[in-house]
Design a binder for this molecule. Sequence first.
Ligand code: RTP
Ligand code: MG
Length: 155
Amino acid sequence: MDPPQIYVERTLAIIKPDAVKHAEEIEDIILNSGFTILQKRRVHLTPEQASEFYVEHYGKLFFPSLVAYMSSGPVIALALARENAISHWRMLVGPTSVTEAKETHPDSLRALYGTDQQRNGLHGSDSYTSAEWEVRFFFPDSIVEPIAVGQAARD
Ligand code: RTP
Ligand code: MG
């Protein structure tokens, strides 16, 4: 009988400038939620780097203030791994709007540590493709490749 296939994904988390003061508490919650922290980096993004990271939102009304916010102070980027990391991390982070997060997901990280619709404390990759691109954005020397645990056990 083949062993069960458990796919370990990775995703990119960012503790945004308004939440960096809560980084220790947030990292404890991350670890207690079954994630492994593969890599971690504290970095103060330039406006150019913040624009590149959020280029999918270029042209939207909130883009200039998003770039100003994300380059207003240091952020902490974390490459996280677990089974279904991308969707689990987005669930733990909660809705984009902190008001909505407080009403509908009071235990989410944005409800606990976000400030408002824009300064919402945390980022999470929204797909496999963006996760891989975003991990490499912050950790260009990353050599970790996604693995299937069942496969690894058999090899
Ligand atoms: P993120 O990419 O940071 O994880 O957030 P998200 O997927 O929940 O939301 P997204 O639509 O990708 O928006 C990116 C970030 O832009 C800011 N934002 N401001 N109307 C506004 O003022 C507005 N809408 C979005 C937030 O910081 C949001 O997380
Ligand atoms: Mg997004």
